[in-house]
Write a protein that binds this ligand. Structure first.
Ligand SMILES: [Zn+2]
Length: 94
């Protein structure tokens, strides 16, 4: 990899990271500081961005398909749809 490509790749990654931070900031302002699924209070640095409709099921990257979730919920939800995930959570509670 030559220097120019390396720098370009670095810049690209930096851009993606800063976009993610912007999205997270937007979601914090829109939805508050709690996990969308379990209401755990989130820390700005550790909150994850989750797709309501998973990308694997055709969900988009639009802001109306994105919510903040804690790490556990994001991992637990994985590629499940919103209904499947909430259904599985309710079973745990009941
Ligand atoms: Zn959660």
């Amino acid at each position: 990899m030559n220097k120019t490509i390396k720098t370009r790749t670095k810049n690209k990654i930096a851009k993606i990271v800063s976009n993610k931070r912007k999205i997270r900031r937007f979601l914090f302002n829109r939805d508050g500081t709690e996990c969308f699924y379990c209401n755990t209070r989130l820390n700005f640095e550790t909150a994850t961005i989750d797709h309501l409709i998973p990308k694997s099921q055709g969900g988009s990257d639009n802001l109306d398909n994105l919510v903040l979730a804690c790490h556990e919920c994001n991992i637990g939800k994985g590629a499940k749809s919103l209904n499947e995930f909430i259904g599985s959570k309710l079973k745990v509670v009941v």
